[in-house]
Design a protein around this ligand. Structure first.
Ligand code: ARG
Length: 252
């Protein structure tokens, strides 16, 4: 027992040592950890092994504002908000739509984009209106507002995939009749696919950054960063730049 205490004591010392440099200056702050689901261009996607995109830039800007290093990790979309709630991550940014349900569990920043979901269809089986979807097999990315839409509007289960692209692969293969997804990844999916098209918006949604409840200071900082990125045109530049980059990845 005594030995254990000594070990613990040594650990505590080692820990204390982490906070101070030899010269007494504070060492690097803890990284700001972003949690996302990186199959969602242009908001987040993989450039080789690296997670990049508009949401990544926004969260990196928050880290810079806080003087903290930055880290991003990708998980399945339905694990993004749980990671924020549990404190596994500091910020959740994954094209997350603000919904009243989610507001019960996390706090949202001011929105940074207005958007919505659309129907992806085969030109050989054109989309006319949502009433038509009721009896059809519909593919969605699991955990998304597209899934919630099918459950609420049609009182039925959609076919869940791990990414919008996987849902669209199901459409091409005939496993589903239509796919519902957010407009930007949907556009990316149909790019270069002569037999696919997308509808107009069927909902109106807004994306925001999610954080664990009860952190008003962090929320204020994120809001200030987003307001600045909107005002100075940087957000618009990133949207343009990452749309072009993710479109190009599709060409390959
Ligand atoms: N906006 C939709 C939602 O919040 C879909 C987001 C999916 N995001 C992602 N990175 N896969 O439910």
């Amino acid at each position: 027992m005594k030995q254990l205490m000594m070990v613990l004591g040594a650990c505590a010392l080692a820990f204390a040592g982490c906070d101070k440099k030899a010269d007494g200056e504070a060492s690097a702050a803890k990284p700001l950890k972003m949690i996302t689901e990186a199959t969602f261009p242009p908001y987040e996607f993989l450039r080789g092994q690296e997670i990049v995109g508009i949401d990544v830039e926004i969260c990196r800007a928050v880290a810079t504002k806080l003087g903290r290093p930055f880290q991003a990790e990708t998980v399945d979309f339905d694990s993004v908000i749980p990671a924020v709630i549990s404190g596994k991550a500091d910020v959740g940014a994954a094209g997350i739509t603000v919904t009243e349900d989610r507001r019960k569990n996390v706090d949202f920043s001011i929105p940074y984009v207005k958007t919505g979901i659309v129907v992806i269809y085969k030109k050989s089986n054109p989309f006319k209106d949502v009433a038509q979807l009721k009896e059809q097999r519909i593919g969605v990315q699991g955990g998304t507002t597209s899934e919630a839409y099918v459950l609420e509007q049609f009182k039925k289960e959609p076919e869940r995939s791990r990414s919008p692209a996987e849902a669209v692969a199901g459409l091409k293969a005939g496993r589903v009749d239509f796919v519902i997804a957010d407009i930007d990844p949907a556009k990316n999916c149909v790019k270069g696919e002569a037999d696919l098209a997308i509808s107009d918006f069927i909902t109106s949604e807004e994306y925001a950054v999610a954080i664990r409840k009860g952190q008003p200071e962090l929320l204020k900082t994120i809001d200030a960063v987003i307001a600045e990125l909107k005002a100075n045109g940087q957000l618009a530049t990133w949207i343009e730049q990452y749309t072009a980059e993710s479109d190009k990845l599709k060409d390959k």
